[in-house]
Design a binder for this molecule. Structure first.
Ligand SMILES: [Zn+2]
Length: 104
């Protein structure tokens, strides 16, 4: 087990865990509600995402960087990337760089 990332909240931790799982890296979320079972106030510590297999760590760190980078970007879901590498806004059907049309 290896600690990868301290998330802002439970949701972010779960999103990251799912993101890693999609790349077949088993991960788990720990550090939440640690003492709630003992009848105390829930722990205020933020949840940690842990990598189960140490050998996945390098790949997990790369995915983490991707995950964090993607989060800050505007929603580009409808824009598209041309074969020439140019990213085209959603309102265009033709590449302004090379003239190819939007792939189906
Ligand atoms: Zn193009």
């Amino acid at each position: 087990m290896h600690r990868l990332y301290q998330a802002q909240d439970e949701l972010e931790a779960q999103l990251l865990r799912d993101y890693l799982a999609a790349s077949h890296i088993p991960a788990t979320v720990l550090g939440r509600y640690q003492s709630a079972a003992a009848g105390e106030l829930p722990s205020l510590s933020f949840p940690w995402v842990w990598i189960l297999e140490d050998r996945d760590l390098a790949r997990a760190k790369a995915l983490l960087a991707e995950f964090l980078g993607r989060r800050g970007e505007p929603d580009r879901a409808l824009s598209w990337e041309c074969e020439c590498g140019e990213r085209i806004g959603p309102e265009f059907d033709l590449c302004w760089q090379c003239g190819r049309s939007r792939p189906e």
